[in-house]
Ligand binder design. Structure first.
Ligand code: HEC
Ligand code: HEC
Length: 224
């Protein structure tokens, strides 16, 4: 016959072991069931706008579903970008010829049909003017300088050009344009940017800022 104190001890230990096994089993089976996973997928899909290609879902985590990126310019606006430019960039990213470290892992997984769908989707979305605190005078000056230094490749209104795969620039965020131009000037991007290296070499930094102010405001940004 066990002493009462021993009996209590054994009962308590048995309860602790049972509770441990019980909660471990509960934790192991906590992954979402097939039904729950389907519900989560449905919620994600329901927040995507109609017509968004499935392959764009993970791009949207940074570029947003509407492709508008971030006004501070850390993530570029993709809406209204030319189809040819988007395809050209995504193919080069996929092949590792063009490097954008944050994006490489995402672009590498795209297959040609997905690249085509994404490029079509984004190029059809309306572009918009980007917020800018530039003065009217600065923008007017920027328009003149743009016509002189950039229009031959990027089009009269910054709408871009298919033959050169020159990007549409009007309506792009000033922060992004300034950063990219600084990278081109410093020669840190290589690749197709080299095409415009000489073109912007002779343009003083203040003039580039005026050009960017005009481009970001989206003046004359007509459909391609
Ligand atoms: C982790 C965040 C992130 C994800 C996910 C992402 N991007 Fe990007 N994307 C960026 C950033 C940041 C840049 C700008 C890179 C730079 O300036 O070096 C960029 C640039 C781009 C550009 C070039 C724009 C230009 O005008 O130069 C394209 C096109 C693009 N992304 C498409 C996509 C597509 C399509 C996907 C999905 C397959 C995707 N991105 C996923 C962050 C992301
Ligand atoms: C000789 C033709 C040419 C001239 C002139 C030129 N560019 Fe470009 N530019 C290009 C091409 C081509 C690209 C696309 C690069 C790529 O896809 O990697 C580009 C890309 C850019 C980009 C990067 C956009 C992006 O999609 O990442 C910016 C910003 C830009 N140009 C601004 C300018 C400005 C401002 C001027 C005038 C001061 C100018 N460019 C003059 C050909 C030119």
């Amino acid at each position: 016959m066990l002493a009462p104190a021993m009996r209590i001890f054994i009962t308590v230990m048995a309860l602790i072991v049972l509770a441990g096994v019980g909660s471990a089993t509960w934790l192991m089976t906590r992954q979402p069931s097939v039904a729950q996973a389907a519900r989560i997928a449905a919620v994600l899909e329901s927040t995507a706008p109609p017509g968004e290609p499935a392959a764009f879902a993970h791009c949207a985590s940074c570029h947003l579903h509407d492709g508008s990126g971030r006004p501070d310019g850390s993530i570029p606006r993709l809406t209204g970008q030319r189809r040819s430019v988007l395809e050209n960039k995504l193919y080069r990213l996929r092949a590792g010829i063009l490097r954008m470290p944050v994006m490489d892992p995402f672009a590498r997984t795209l297959v040609p049909s997905e690249i085509a769908q994404i490029a079509e989707y984004l190029s059809d979305l309306p572009a918009a003017a980007a917020p800018s605190d530039a003065t009217e005078e600065e923008r007017a000056q920027g328009a003149l300088l743009y016509a002189e230094h950039c229009a031959s490749c990027h089009g009269a209104n910054g709408e871009g050009q298919d033959e050169l795969f020159a990007s549409r620039l009007c309506g792009q965020y000033a922060g992004y344009l300034n950063r990219r131009l600084a990278e081109v000037a410093a020669g840190t991007r290589g690749d197709a940017d080299a095409v415009m290296q000489d073109a912007i070499d002779a343009v003083p930094v203040d003039d580039l800022r005026a050009i960017v102010a005009w481009l970001a405001a989206g003046n004359g940004c007509t459909s391609p």
